[in-house]
Design a protein around this ligand. Structure first.
Ligand code: B12
Length: 460
Protein backbone atom coordinates (compact mmCIF):
# COMPACT_ATOMS: atom_id res chain seq x y z
CA UNK A 1 0.00 0.00 0.00
CA UNK A 2 1.43 3.36 -1.02
CA UNK A 3 0.41 6.71 0.44
CA UNK A 4 -0.64 8.98 -2.42
CA UNK A 5 -1.64 12.63 -2.18
CA UNK A 6 -3.62 14.19 -5.04
CA UNK A 7 -3.72 17.98 -5.19
CA UNK A 8 -6.24 20.28 -6.88
CA UNK A 9 -4.36 23.61 -6.86
CA UNK A 10 -7.26 26.01 -7.26
CA UNK A 11 -7.28 29.12 -5.06
CA UNK A 12 -9.87 31.82 -4.56
CA UNK A 13 -9.94 34.69 -2.05
CA UNK A 14 -12.10 33.71 0.92
CA UNK A 15 -14.84 36.27 0.29
CA UNK A 16 -15.10 35.67 -3.47
CA UNK A 17 -18.53 34.57 -4.74
CA UNK A 18 -16.98 32.73 -7.65
CA UNK A 19 -19.20 30.51 -9.78
CA UNK A 20 -16.04 28.52 -10.58
CA UNK A 21 -15.83 26.77 -7.18
CA UNK A 22 -16.60 23.28 -8.44
CA UNK A 23 -15.56 20.06 -6.70
CA UNK A 24 -12.79 18.57 -8.87
CA UNK A 25 -14.07 15.44 -10.55
CA UNK A 26 -10.93 14.26 -12.37
CA UNK A 27 -8.76 13.69 -9.32
CA UNK A 28 -11.70 12.06 -7.52
CA UNK A 29 -11.84 9.49 -10.34
CA UNK A 30 -8.09 8.90 -10.06
CA UNK A 31 -8.37 8.64 -6.26
CA UNK A 32 -11.17 6.06 -6.49
CA UNK A 33 -9.15 3.80 -8.77
CA UNK A 34 -6.10 4.08 -6.52
CA UNK A 35 -8.24 3.19 -3.52
CA UNK A 36 -9.67 0.22 -5.37
CA UNK A 37 -6.07 -0.91 -6.03
CA UNK A 38 -5.49 -0.81 -2.25
CA UNK A 39 -3.63 2.47 -1.79
CA UNK A 40 -3.99 5.04 0.93
CA UNK A 41 -5.18 8.19 -0.82
CA UNK A 42 -5.67 11.78 0.33
CA UNK A 43 -7.00 14.67 -1.70
CA UNK A 44 -5.86 18.21 -1.02
CA UNK A 45 -8.53 20.39 -2.60
CA UNK A 46 -7.32 24.00 -2.25
CA UNK A 47 -10.60 25.62 -3.27
CA UNK A 48 -11.27 27.02 0.24
CA UNK A 49 -7.64 27.36 1.39
CA UNK A 50 -4.89 29.92 1.22
CA UNK A 51 -1.78 28.93 -0.68
CA UNK A 52 0.42 28.92 2.44
CA UNK A 53 -1.98 26.71 4.38
CA UNK A 54 -2.23 24.33 1.43
CA UNK A 55 1.55 24.09 0.98
CA UNK A 56 1.96 23.35 4.72
CA UNK A 57 -0.79 20.75 4.58
CA UNK A 58 0.85 19.05 1.59
CA UNK A 59 4.16 18.81 3.44
CA UNK A 60 2.51 17.45 6.59
CA UNK A 61 0.78 14.71 4.63
CA UNK A 62 4.20 13.12 3.99
CA UNK A 63 2.92 11.15 1.01
CA UNK A 64 5.46 9.18 -0.99
CA UNK A 65 3.70 9.87 -4.26
CA UNK A 66 2.11 13.21 -5.05
CA UNK A 67 -0.10 13.79 -8.10
CA UNK A 68 -1.05 17.33 -9.05
CA UNK A 69 -3.88 18.38 -11.37
CA UNK A 70 -3.41 21.13 -13.87
CA UNK A 71 -5.39 22.90 -16.54
CA UNK A 72 -4.61 26.02 -18.50
CA UNK A 73 -5.40 28.36 -15.59
CA UNK A 74 -3.51 26.38 -12.94
CA UNK A 75 -0.05 25.75 -14.37
CA UNK A 76 1.72 28.21 -12.09
CA UNK A 77 0.04 26.86 -8.96
CA UNK A 78 0.76 23.22 -9.80
CA UNK A 79 4.42 23.98 -10.49
CA UNK A 80 4.66 25.93 -7.20
CA UNK A 81 3.45 22.81 -5.35
CA UNK A 82 5.87 20.59 -7.25
CA UNK A 83 8.85 22.81 -6.39
CA UNK A 84 7.79 23.02 -2.75
CA UNK A 85 7.44 19.25 -2.45
CA UNK A 86 10.36 18.22 -4.68
CA UNK A 87 12.85 17.39 -1.96
CA UNK A 88 10.28 15.55 0.19
CA UNK A 89 8.48 13.44 -2.41
CA UNK A 90 9.68 10.25 -4.06
CA UNK A 91 7.49 10.54 -7.12
CA UNK A 92 5.84 13.70 -8.43
CA UNK A 93 3.19 13.24 -11.10
CA UNK A 94 1.34 15.85 -13.17
CA UNK A 95 -2.02 15.09 -14.78
CA UNK A 96 -5.16 16.73 -16.15
CA UNK A 97 -6.09 18.66 -19.31
CA UNK A 98 -2.96 20.83 -19.61
CA UNK A 99 -0.27 18.20 -18.92
CA UNK A 100 -2.19 15.95 -21.34
CA UNK A 101 -1.71 18.34 -24.22
CA UNK A 102 1.57 19.99 -23.20
CA UNK A 103 3.60 17.45 -21.18
CA UNK A 104 6.87 19.19 -21.93
CA UNK A 105 5.80 22.20 -19.86
CA UNK A 106 5.77 20.02 -16.71
CA UNK A 107 8.80 17.79 -17.12
CA UNK A 108 11.26 20.21 -15.54
CA UNK A 109 9.38 20.03 -12.26
CA UNK A 110 7.67 16.62 -12.26
CA UNK A 111 9.04 13.10 -12.61
CA UNK A 112 6.17 11.84 -14.71
CA UNK A 113 3.34 13.39 -16.70
CA UNK A 114 0.16 11.38 -17.17
CA UNK A 115 -1.49 12.12 -20.50
CA UNK A 116 -5.17 11.38 -21.07
CA UNK A 117 -7.40 9.40 -18.75
CA UNK A 118 -5.61 8.99 -15.46
CA UNK A 119 -7.26 6.08 -13.66
CA UNK A 120 -5.43 3.06 -15.01
CA UNK A 121 -2.22 4.91 -15.78
CA UNK A 122 -1.88 6.18 -12.22
CA UNK A 123 -2.61 2.73 -10.77
CA UNK A 124 0.09 1.17 -12.98
CA UNK A 125 2.52 3.94 -12.16
CA UNK A 126 2.10 3.60 -8.39
CA UNK A 127 2.38 -0.18 -8.68
CA UNK A 128 5.61 0.10 -10.68
CA UNK A 129 6.99 2.70 -8.27
CA UNK A 130 6.20 0.54 -5.23
CA UNK A 131 7.71 -2.54 -6.86
CA UNK A 132 10.82 -0.62 -7.93
CA UNK A 133 10.08 -1.40 -11.60
CA UNK A 134 10.86 0.83 -14.54
CA UNK A 135 8.06 2.74 -16.23
CA UNK A 136 8.91 1.52 -19.71
CA UNK A 137 5.78 -0.60 -20.12
CA UNK A 138 3.31 2.01 -18.93
CA UNK A 139 1.18 3.62 -21.63
CA UNK A 140 0.04 7.23 -21.47
CA UNK A 141 2.99 8.84 -19.73
CA UNK A 142 5.91 11.13 -20.47
CA UNK A 143 8.91 11.09 -18.17
CA UNK A 144 12.61 11.50 -17.87
CA UNK A 145 13.90 8.02 -18.39
CA UNK A 146 15.86 8.03 -15.17
CA UNK A 147 12.76 8.75 -13.05
CA UNK A 148 11.72 5.16 -12.53
CA UNK A 149 15.25 4.09 -11.64
CA UNK A 150 15.89 6.62 -8.91
CA UNK A 151 12.51 7.78 -7.69
CA UNK A 152 13.90 11.31 -7.52
CA UNK A 153 15.34 12.27 -10.86
CA UNK A 154 16.40 15.75 -9.99
CA UNK A 155 20.14 15.55 -10.41
CA UNK A 156 20.28 13.06 -13.26
CA UNK A 157 20.40 13.70 -17.01
CA UNK A 158 17.07 14.42 -18.62
CA UNK A 159 16.01 12.20 -21.49
CA UNK A 160 12.35 12.55 -22.17
CA UNK A 161 10.43 9.46 -23.12
CA UNK A 162 6.88 9.64 -24.37
CA UNK A 163 5.11 6.29 -24.11
CA UNK A 164 2.41 5.08 -26.49
CA UNK A 165 -1.01 6.62 -25.82
CA UNK A 166 -3.16 5.07 -23.12
CA UNK A 167 -6.13 3.24 -24.68
CA UNK A 168 -9.39 4.81 -23.53
CA UNK A 169 -11.60 3.13 -20.93
CA UNK A 170 -14.19 1.27 -22.99
CA UNK A 171 -16.82 0.46 -20.36
CA UNK A 172 -17.32 3.55 -18.23
CA UNK A 173 -19.73 1.72 -15.92
CA UNK A 174 -16.81 -0.35 -14.67
CA UNK A 175 -15.02 2.67 -13.22
CA UNK A 176 -15.49 3.21 -9.51
CA UNK A 177 -17.49 6.34 -8.70
CA UNK A 178 -15.33 9.40 -8.03
CA UNK A 179 -14.08 9.45 -4.42
CA UNK A 180 -16.10 12.51 -3.39
CA UNK A 181 -15.89 11.46 0.24
CA UNK A 182 -12.27 12.76 0.20
CA UNK A 183 -13.41 16.31 -0.63
CA UNK A 184 -14.37 19.11 1.78
CA UNK A 185 -18.05 18.46 0.96
CA UNK A 186 -19.40 20.41 3.93
CA UNK A 187 -17.58 23.50 2.77
CA UNK A 188 -18.90 23.16 -0.78
CA UNK A 189 -22.42 22.56 0.50
CA UNK A 190 -22.33 25.54 2.88
CA UNK A 191 -20.72 27.80 0.30
CA UNK A 192 -23.24 26.86 -2.37
CA UNK A 193 -26.28 27.27 -0.13
CA UNK A 194 -25.11 30.60 1.27
CA UNK A 195 -24.03 32.06 -2.06
CA UNK A 196 -26.51 30.63 -4.55
CA UNK A 197 -29.23 28.94 -2.52
CA UNK A 198 -28.24 25.43 -3.61
CA UNK A 199 -25.19 23.19 -3.35
CA UNK A 200 -23.71 21.99 -6.57
CA UNK A 201 -21.40 19.16 -7.56
CA UNK A 202 -20.49 17.74 -10.95
CA UNK A 203 -21.19 14.35 -12.50
CA UNK A 204 -19.98 13.28 -15.94
CA UNK A 205 -22.11 10.76 -17.83
CA UNK A 206 -20.22 10.51 -21.12
CA UNK A 207 -16.59 10.99 -22.09
CA UNK A 208 -15.45 12.65 -25.27
CA UNK A 209 -17.29 14.37 -28.04
CA UNK A 210 -17.90 13.30 -31.64
CA UNK A 211 -17.47 16.88 -32.90
CA UNK A 212 -14.24 18.71 -33.63
CA UNK A 213 -14.73 22.38 -32.84
CA UNK A 214 -11.61 24.26 -33.86
CA UNK A 215 -11.03 25.88 -30.46
CA UNK A 216 -11.74 22.88 -28.22
CA UNK A 217 -9.05 21.00 -26.31
CA UNK A 218 -9.76 17.27 -26.40
CA UNK A 219 -6.41 15.91 -25.17
CA UNK A 220 -7.87 13.94 -22.26
CA UNK A 221 -10.71 12.02 -23.89
CA UNK A 222 -9.29 12.09 -27.42
CA UNK A 223 -11.40 11.47 -30.48
CA UNK A 224 -14.03 9.40 -28.73
CA UNK A 225 -17.56 9.36 -27.42
CA UNK A 226 -18.49 6.88 -24.68
CA UNK A 227 -21.59 6.66 -22.54
CA UNK A 228 -22.50 5.38 -19.11
CA UNK A 229 -25.76 3.58 -18.56
CA UNK A 230 -28.68 5.53 -17.10
CA UNK A 231 -28.79 3.34 -13.97
CA UNK A 232 -25.09 3.81 -13.31
CA UNK A 233 -25.41 7.60 -13.71
CA UNK A 234 -28.39 7.87 -11.38
CA UNK A 235 -26.67 5.65 -8.77
CA UNK A 236 -23.89 8.22 -8.68
CA UNK A 237 -26.38 11.09 -8.47
CA UNK A 238 -27.89 9.41 -5.41
CA UNK A 239 -24.46 9.05 -3.86
CA UNK A 240 -23.79 12.78 -4.42
CA UNK A 241 -27.15 13.65 -2.83
CA UNK A 242 -26.24 11.58 0.22
CA UNK A 243 -23.24 13.89 0.78
CA UNK A 244 -25.51 16.93 1.10
CA UNK A 245 -25.50 18.22 -2.48
CA UNK A 246 -28.85 19.04 -4.05
CA UNK A 247 -27.84 20.32 -7.48
CA UNK A 248 -25.92 18.45 -10.17
CA UNK A 249 -23.91 20.09 -12.92
CA UNK A 250 -23.58 17.45 -15.65
CA UNK A 251 -20.10 18.15 -16.98
CA UNK A 252 -20.43 16.27 -20.29
CA UNK A 253 -19.28 18.04 -23.42
CA UNK A 254 -22.46 16.95 -25.21
CA UNK A 255 -24.99 15.82 -22.60
CA UNK A 256 -27.97 16.07 -24.97
CA UNK A 257 -26.26 14.39 -27.96
CA UNK A 258 -28.02 11.01 -27.64
CA UNK A 259 -31.68 11.86 -26.98
CA UNK A 260 -32.71 8.28 -26.19
CA UNK A 261 -30.07 7.95 -23.52
CA UNK A 262 -30.97 11.29 -21.99
CA UNK A 263 -34.66 10.34 -21.95
CA UNK A 264 -33.60 7.14 -20.12
CA UNK A 265 -31.70 9.17 -17.52
CA UNK A 266 -34.71 11.49 -17.04
CA UNK A 267 -37.02 8.47 -16.68
CA UNK A 268 -34.67 6.87 -14.14
CA UNK A 269 -34.53 10.05 -12.02
CA UNK A 270 -38.34 10.16 -12.04
CA UNK A 271 -38.72 6.42 -11.38
CA UNK A 272 -36.56 6.71 -8.25
CA UNK A 273 -38.46 9.81 -7.12
CA UNK A 274 -35.27 11.81 -6.60
CA UNK A 275 -35.51 15.38 -5.50
CA UNK A 276 -32.60 16.84 -7.41
CA UNK A 277 -32.11 19.94 -9.50
CA UNK A 278 -29.64 19.84 -12.35
CA UNK A 279 -28.13 21.66 -15.29
CA UNK A 280 -26.15 20.61 -18.32
CA UNK A 281 -24.49 21.71 -21.53
CA UNK A 282 -26.64 20.98 -24.59
CA UNK A 283 -26.01 20.77 -28.33
CA UNK A 284 -28.52 22.94 -30.14
CA UNK A 285 -28.95 20.41 -32.94
CA UNK A 286 -30.06 17.70 -30.53
CA UNK A 287 -32.75 19.68 -28.70
CA UNK A 288 -36.43 19.10 -29.31
CA UNK A 289 -39.66 20.13 -27.54
CA UNK A 290 -40.09 16.60 -26.23
CA UNK A 291 -36.56 16.42 -24.85
CA UNK A 292 -36.76 19.86 -23.24
CA UNK A 293 -39.97 19.01 -21.41
CA UNK A 294 -38.68 15.59 -20.29
CA UNK A 295 -35.61 17.38 -18.91
CA UNK A 296 -37.75 19.92 -17.10
CA UNK A 297 -39.92 17.15 -15.61
CA UNK A 298 -36.84 15.35 -14.33
CA UNK A 299 -35.54 18.39 -12.42
CA UNK A 300 -33.47 20.24 -15.03
CA UNK A 301 -33.30 23.92 -14.11
CA UNK A 302 -30.98 25.28 -16.72
CA UNK A 303 -29.38 24.28 -19.97
CA UNK A 304 -26.30 26.00 -21.39
CA UNK A 305 -25.54 26.06 -25.09
CA UNK A 306 -22.13 26.74 -26.61
CA UNK A 307 -23.39 28.69 -29.61
CA UNK A 308 -20.20 30.68 -30.16
CA UNK A 309 -21.35 32.83 -33.10
CA UNK A 310 -24.44 34.46 -34.57
CA UNK A 311 -23.09 34.11 -38.09
CA UNK A 312 -23.25 30.87 -40.10
CA UNK A 313 -19.98 31.48 -41.98
CA UNK A 314 -18.10 31.90 -38.71
CA UNK A 315 -19.79 28.80 -37.27
CA UNK A 316 -18.43 26.89 -40.28
CA UNK A 317 -14.97 28.35 -39.77
CA UNK A 318 -15.10 27.15 -36.14
CA UNK A 319 -16.21 23.73 -37.39
CA UNK A 320 -19.07 23.97 -34.91
CA UNK A 321 -21.53 22.08 -37.15
CA UNK A 322 -24.59 24.01 -36.05
CA UNK A 323 -26.51 26.89 -37.59
CA UNK A 324 -27.89 30.10 -36.19
CA UNK A 325 -31.46 28.98 -36.86
CA UNK A 326 -30.89 25.69 -35.01
CA UNK A 327 -29.59 27.72 -32.09
CA UNK A 328 -32.67 29.93 -31.98
CA UNK A 329 -35.00 26.92 -32.25
CA UNK A 330 -33.24 25.01 -29.45
CA UNK A 331 -33.33 27.99 -27.13
CA UNK A 332 -37.01 28.50 -27.85
CA UNK A 333 -37.77 24.81 -27.10
CA UNK A 334 -35.90 25.02 -23.81
CA UNK A 335 -37.41 28.33 -22.78
CA UNK A 336 -40.95 27.22 -23.67
CA UNK A 337 -40.46 24.08 -21.58
CA UNK A 338 -39.74 26.33 -18.59
CA UNK A 339 -35.98 25.88 -18.48
CA UNK A 340 -33.57 28.71 -17.82
CA UNK A 341 -31.18 29.04 -20.72
CA UNK A 342 -27.54 30.13 -20.75
CA UNK A 343 -25.38 30.64 -23.81
CA UNK A 344 -21.68 31.08 -24.54
CA UNK A 345 -20.31 33.10 -27.43
CA UNK A 346 -16.83 33.90 -28.68
CA UNK A 347 -16.33 37.33 -30.22
CA UNK A 348 -13.53 38.57 -32.50
CA UNK A 349 -12.57 35.03 -33.52
CA UNK A 350 -9.71 34.88 -36.06
CA UNK A 351 -11.37 35.32 -39.44
CA UNK A 352 -14.19 37.57 -38.20
CA UNK A 353 -15.06 40.98 -39.58
CA UNK A 354 -16.74 43.88 -37.79
CA UNK A 355 -20.05 42.78 -39.31
CA UNK A 356 -19.86 39.16 -38.17
CA UNK A 357 -19.03 40.28 -34.62
CA UNK A 358 -22.03 42.61 -34.67
CA UNK A 359 -24.17 39.72 -35.98
CA UNK A 360 -23.17 37.74 -32.89
CA UNK A 361 -23.90 40.59 -30.49
CA UNK A 362 -27.31 41.26 -32.04
CA UNK A 363 -28.22 37.60 -32.18
CA UNK A 364 -27.14 36.91 -28.59
CA UNK A 365 -29.03 39.84 -27.14
CA UNK A 366 -32.17 38.91 -29.10
CA UNK A 367 -32.44 35.51 -27.38
CA UNK A 368 -34.58 34.74 -24.32
CA UNK A 369 -31.58 33.91 -22.12
CA UNK A 370 -31.10 34.16 -18.41
CA UNK A 371 -27.31 33.87 -18.63
CA UNK A 372 -25.04 35.10 -21.39
CA UNK A 373 -21.28 34.91 -21.64
CA UNK A 374 -18.99 36.40 -24.26
CA UNK A 375 -15.30 35.60 -24.35
CA UNK A 376 -12.45 36.54 -26.58
CA UNK A 377 -10.81 33.66 -28.49
CA UNK A 378 -8.33 31.53 -26.50
CA UNK A 379 -6.02 29.34 -28.57
CA UNK A 380 -5.53 26.42 -26.14
CA UNK A 381 -2.40 24.31 -26.73
CA UNK A 382 -2.75 21.56 -29.31
CA UNK A 383 -6.06 22.72 -30.73
CA UNK A 384 -6.68 23.40 -34.40
CA UNK A 385 -7.15 27.07 -33.54
CA UNK A 386 -3.75 27.12 -31.86
CA UNK A 387 -2.24 25.62 -34.99
CA UNK A 388 -3.84 28.33 -37.11
CA UNK A 389 -2.59 31.27 -34.99
CA UNK A 390 0.53 29.81 -33.37
CA UNK A 391 2.91 32.13 -35.19
CA UNK A 392 1.01 35.09 -33.79
CA UNK A 393 1.03 34.04 -30.12
CA UNK A 394 2.89 36.68 -28.13
CA UNK A 395 1.78 36.32 -24.50
CA UNK A 396 1.20 33.59 -21.99
CA UNK A 397 -2.19 32.68 -20.59
CA UNK A 398 -3.53 34.39 -17.47
CA UNK A 399 -6.60 33.19 -15.55
CA UNK A 400 -9.62 34.70 -17.27
CA UNK A 401 -12.04 34.49 -14.39
CA UNK A 402 -10.90 37.50 -12.44
CA UNK A 403 -13.35 39.74 -14.29
CA UNK A 404 -13.28 40.04 -18.03
CA UNK A 405 -11.48 43.37 -17.96
CA UNK A 406 -8.42 41.45 -16.87
CA UNK A 407 -8.69 39.00 -19.76
CA UNK A 408 -5.81 39.15 -22.14
CA UNK A 409 -5.65 38.25 -25.78
CA UNK A 410 -2.58 36.06 -26.12
CA UNK A 411 -2.02 36.47 -29.85
CA UNK A 412 -1.65 39.25 -32.36
CA UNK A 413 -5.30 39.29 -33.45
CA UNK A 414 -7.15 41.17 -36.18
CA UNK A 415 -8.95 43.09 -33.41
CA UNK A 416 -7.20 44.94 -30.61
CA UNK A 417 -7.75 43.71 -27.06
CA UNK A 418 -9.57 46.97 -26.28
CA UNK A 419 -11.91 46.43 -29.21
CA UNK A 420 -12.64 42.87 -28.05
CA UNK A 421 -13.48 44.12 -24.57
CA UNK A 422 -15.63 46.86 -26.03
CA UNK A 423 -17.59 44.24 -27.97
CA UNK A 424 -18.06 42.15 -24.83
CA UNK A 425 -19.28 45.10 -22.73
CA UNK A 426 -21.54 46.28 -25.54
CA UNK A 427 -23.11 42.82 -25.89
CA UNK A 428 -23.67 42.47 -22.14
CA UNK A 429 -25.22 45.93 -21.83
CA UNK A 430 -27.64 45.28 -24.73
CA UNK A 431 -28.60 41.96 -23.18
CA UNK A 432 -29.20 43.48 -19.74
CA UNK A 433 -31.16 46.44 -21.13
CA UNK A 434 -33.41 44.14 -23.15
CA UNK A 435 -33.95 41.88 -20.18
CA UNK A 436 -34.67 44.65 -17.69
CA UNK A 437 -36.74 46.97 -19.85
CA UNK A 438 -38.52 44.26 -21.86
CA UNK A 439 -41.23 45.88 -24.08
CA UNK A 440 -39.88 49.39 -23.71
CA UNK A 441 -36.31 48.32 -24.37
CA UNK A 442 -36.23 49.56 -27.95
CA UNK A 443 -36.49 53.19 -26.78
CA UNK A 444 -33.09 52.88 -25.12
CA UNK A 445 -31.54 49.95 -26.97
CA UNK A 446 -31.89 51.25 -30.51
CA UNK A 447 -29.93 54.47 -29.93
CA UNK A 448 -27.45 52.57 -27.72
CA UNK A 449 -26.83 50.04 -30.48
CA UNK A 450 -26.60 52.65 -33.23
CA UNK A 451 -23.94 54.59 -31.32
CA UNK A 452 -21.95 51.58 -30.13
CA UNK A 453 -22.12 49.86 -33.56
CA UNK A 454 -20.61 52.99 -35.07
CA UNK A 455 -17.90 53.19 -32.39
CA UNK A 456 -17.09 49.49 -32.76
CA UNK A 457 -16.82 49.78 -36.54
CA UNK A 458 -14.40 52.66 -36.26
CA UNK A 459 -12.22 51.33 -33.47
CA UNK A 460 -8.79 49.87 -34.18
C1 B12 B 1 -16.72 21.31 -15.58
C2 B12 B 1 -15.67 22.14 -16.29
C3 B12 B 1 -15.35 23.36 -15.76
C4 B12 B 1 -15.93 23.85 -14.45
C5 B12 B 1 -15.20 23.25 -13.26
C6 B12 B 1 -13.80 22.76 -13.47
C7 B12 B 1 -13.51 21.68 -12.45
N1 B12 B 1 -13.13 22.04 -11.28
O1 B12 B 1 -13.68 20.52 -12.71
C8 B12 B 1 -15.77 25.38 -14.58
C9 B12 B 1 -17.08 25.96 -15.05
C10 B12 B 1 -15.34 26.10 -13.31
C11 B12 B 1 -14.72 25.49 -15.67
C12 B12 B 1 -14.07 26.65 -15.95
C13 B12 B 1 -13.10 26.78 -16.94
N2 B12 B 1 -12.75 25.86 -17.85
CO1 B12 B 1 -13.46 24.06 -17.86
N3 B12 B 1 -14.16 22.37 -18.12
C14 B12 B 1 -15.03 21.68 -17.47
C15 B12 B 1 -15.29 20.36 -18.24
C16 B12 B 1 -16.53 20.57 -19.09
C17 B12 B 1 -15.47 19.12 -17.39
C18 B12 B 1 -14.35 18.88 -16.36
C19 B12 B 1 -14.52 17.51 -15.79
O2 B12 B 1 -15.06 17.33 -14.72
N4 B12 B 1 -14.11 16.50 -16.55
C20 B12 B 1 -14.25 15.09 -16.18
C21 B12 B 1 -12.97 14.54 -15.57
C22 B12 B 1 -13.16 13.06 -15.29
O3 B12 B 1 -11.93 14.73 -16.52
P1 B12 B 1 -10.54 15.42 -16.14
O4 B12 B 1 -10.75 16.47 -15.13
O5 B12 B 1 -9.85 15.80 -17.37
O6 B12 B 1 -9.74 14.24 -15.41
C23 B12 B 1 -9.17 13.12 -16.07
C24 B12 B 1 -7.75 13.34 -16.60
O7 B12 B 1 -7.48 14.70 -16.91
C25 B12 B 1 -6.85 12.79 -15.55
N5 B12 B 1 -6.50 13.62 -14.41
C26 B12 B 1 -7.13 14.67 -13.87
N6 B12 B 1 -6.47 15.13 -12.81
C27 B12 B 1 -5.40 14.36 -12.63
C28 B12 B 1 -4.38 14.41 -11.66
C29 B12 B 1 -3.37 13.47 -11.75
C30 B12 B 1 -2.27 13.52 -10.74
C31 B12 B 1 -3.36 12.50 -12.76
C32 B12 B 1 -2.27 11.53 -12.83
C33 B12 B 1 -4.37 12.45 -13.73
C34 B12 B 1 -5.39 13.38 -13.65
O8 B12 B 1 -7.60 11.69 -15.06
C35 B12 B 1 -8.99 12.07 -14.99
C36 B12 B 1 -9.85 10.87 -15.15
O9 B12 B 1 -9.61 10.20 -16.37
C37 B12 B 1 -13.99 20.26 -19.10
C38 B12 B 1 -14.15 19.49 -20.40
C39 B12 B 1 -14.03 18.01 -20.18
N7 B12 B 1 -14.71 17.29 -20.98
O10 B12 B 1 -13.34 17.50 -19.29
C40 B12 B 1 -13.64 21.73 -19.31
C41 B12 B 1 -12.17 22.12 -19.43
C42 B12 B 1 -11.38 21.41 -18.34
N8 B12 B 1 -12.21 23.56 -19.14
C43 B12 B 1 -11.41 24.25 -19.87
C44 B12 B 1 -11.28 25.67 -19.80
C45 B12 B 1 -10.43 26.33 -20.87
C46 B12 B 1 -11.92 26.40 -18.80
C47 B12 B 1 -11.85 27.91 -18.57
C48 B12 B 1 -10.47 28.51 -18.72
C49 B12 B 1 -12.88 28.54 -19.52
C50 B12 B 1 -12.87 30.05 -19.55
N9 B12 B 1 -12.56 30.58 -20.71
O11 B12 B 1 -13.14 30.69 -18.59
C51 B12 B 1 -12.37 28.06 -17.11
C52 B12 B 1 -11.21 28.17 -16.10
C53 B12 B 1 -11.61 27.96 -14.68
C54 B12 B 1 -10.50 28.23 -13.72
N10 B12 B 1 -10.53 29.31 -13.05
O12 B12 B 1 -9.59 27.50 -13.56
C55 B12 B 1 -10.61 23.37 -20.82
C56 B12 B 1 -9.18 23.14 -20.33
C57 B12 B 1 -8.21 23.03 -21.48
C58 B12 B 1 -6.80 22.87 -21.02
N11 B12 B 1 -5.97 22.41 -21.95
O13 B12 B 1 -6.40 23.15 -19.93
C59 B12 B 1 -11.51 22.08 -20.87
C60 B12 B 1 -10.77 20.77 -21.13
C61 B12 B 1 -12.58 22.35 -21.96
C62 B12 B 1 -12.07 22.21 -23.38
N12 B12 B 1 -12.39 21.12 -24.02
O14 B12 B 1 -11.40 23.04 -23.92
N13 B12 B 1 -14.57 24.32 -16.34
Amino acid sequence: MTHVLLIYPYFKPKNSRSIFRFPPLGICYVAASLQRAGHDVDILDCTFMTQNAALDHAVRTEAEVVGIYSMITMQEESVTFARHLRSRTRLLVAGGPLPSCDPQAFLDDFDVVVMGEGERTMVELVRAYAAGDTFTDIAGIAYRNNASEEGNAQSLPRHVRVASPRPLVTNLDELPFPARQLLPNDQYVQYGRKTFGYSKTTVITTRGCPFRCEFCSNAVFGVSYRERSAANVVDEVEQALSLGYDYIHFADDVFTFNRERLLDICAEIKRRGLSVAWECLGRVDSMSRELASAMKNAGCRRVFFGIESGNDTILKLMNKRITVSQARAAITFAQEAGLNVGAFFIVCYPGETNETVLDTLRFASSLPLDYLSFTMPYPLPNTALHERVKDRINKSWRPPESGFLEHICIFDADFSETKMKFAIVKGQISFLLKRRLRHHAYVVVRPFEAITDFLFQHMK
